[in-house]
Design a protein around this ligand. Sequence first.
Ligand SMILES: Nc1ncnc2c1ncn2[C@@H]1O[C@H](COP(=O)(O)OP(=O)(O)OP(=O)(O)O)[C@@H](O)[C@H]1O
Ligand SMILES: [Mg+2]
Length: 280
Amino acid sequence: MPSWFRRNGKYEAPRDAQGRKAVIDIRNINKTYQMGELELQVLKGIDLQIFEGEFVSIMGPSGSGKSTLMNILGALDQPTTGEYFLDGVDVSKLSESQLARIRNKKIGFVFQSFNLLKRTSALRQVELPLIYGGDSNRRKRAMAALNSVGLGERIDHLPSELSGGQQQRVAIARALVTEPAMILADEATGNLDSRSGTEVMQIFQRLNEEQGITVIFVTHDPWTARHTKRLVMLRDGKVVADQMVPKPLVAGESERPSEAEALADIFRETYYGGEQHEYT
Ligand SMILES: Nc1ncnc2c1ncn2[C@@H]1O[C@H](COP(=O)(O)OP(=O)(O)OP(=O)(O)O)[C@@H](O)[C@H]1O
Ligand SMILES: [Mg+2]
């Protein structure tokens, strides 16, 4: 363990070259599932630091451990061994009820399937995390969050009265309203048509650019990943690539290329980091 990791026994979050503090700091995390006699090691010594204001995508083939890692990052599950500091708090030491509290205070979740309540207005959906957290000023804060995703005019609508893209924006407002240290999004644009997907990506990019919100995206889609600033690739439970996205795309500014082309680009850049002409 490096000496700067703890000072006088107390954890100090590392900083990146720009002086930004680590929101996520995981050290040598392993996750093993016990399957009867068999031990299945799903995460194999993962180290990952994500700093304030980053916009990161996590990619990897099916079964590589993305969801397992996401569940640990989201404090929904504990690693078998290793350490996880979330916004300065040692998560691996917490009880179930402490974890629930950390989730409510520090993490905003956005899922592929929106996870909204059927008979509940947009405003009420966004107020809910504040109610669970016992926060005050709920209506005002929920209104502000809905305004920030462009839904200030739709606060009384039920999910059935909103488009897919608008429903996902309600979910984003609900994730934002507690002012979490980060937003974890699992295939957040996966269920949306391309126009709504673009709208939702525009919102994430704006929240990240203008409000400095840390966003982590799990995605299968290289085109989506190219809109983020950093790409972490998992394979077989290990981080096999971790690099800045060269020239992140601005949502809505360019046409989506064919899937094969997007894949070829992202893999080329991730593994070789070279210029186009070197490979054709
Ligand atoms: N609760 C569990 N018990 C036993 N094995 C599990 C459990 N959860 C996941 N696994 C195994 O761990 C491995 C990684 O699963 P994980 O869901 O993290 O993959 P993933 O990268 O999210 O895949 P996908 O892209 O298909 O969602 C798989 O081999 C899976 O079968
Ligand atoms: Mg998964």
